[in-house]
Design a protein around this ligand. Structure first.
Ligand code: NI
Length: 149
């Protein structure tokens, strides 16, 4: 069976502040600079979700894109759009960096998609910042692998 990849783009707007309670104010400033501004700031995030699709001549591809849209809208867009990421329970103990956010989005999606279908999640935070995650080596949850460690 030939496999192709399909990528869909989604968007949400959210506020955040890069800050950790594990650091002093000076250490937070040194680590995060202006992103540590107490008033926070916002981004127009773009999420690129790549799934694998089994290609057959008759049907074309195996991915149900309407279903994918619904899952991403419910699990990611509705959760984060016009929210403060720092208030999300998943960020209670970890910083709202692009790396942590792309890992969280992977975790939110992978458990709702057919096993092995999710190939990669990309996250555009600013014009010049792009993060991506293609999953753990095995099909285990990122959360169990110590993202919050
Ligand atoms: Ni930011």
């Amino acid at each position: 069976m030939v496999q192709a990849s399909v990528t869909k783009r989604y968007r949400f707007c959210a506020a955040h502040r890069l800050h950790t309670d594990h650091f002093s104010p000076e250490e937070n400033w040194a680590a995060f600079g202006k992103c540590n501004n107490p008033n926070g700031h916002g981004h127009n995030y773009v999420v690129l979700v790549t799934v694998s699709s089994a290609v057959s001549a008759a049907i074309g591809g195996s991915v149900n894109l309407d279903r994918l849209d619904r899952i991403v809208d419910e699990q990611v867009v509705a959760r984060f759009d016009h929210h403060d990421l720092n208030l999300d329970p998943e960020f209670a103990n970890c910083t709202t960096t692009g790396e942590n956010l792309v890992l969280l989005i992977w975790d939110l999606l992978v458990k709702h998609l057919p096993a092995g279908q999710l190939e990669k999640v990309g996250l555009i935070e600013t014009r010049d910042n792009y993060f991506e995650y293609a999953g753990p080596a095995s099909e285990t949850s990122v959360l169990r692998e110590g993202r919050h460690g």
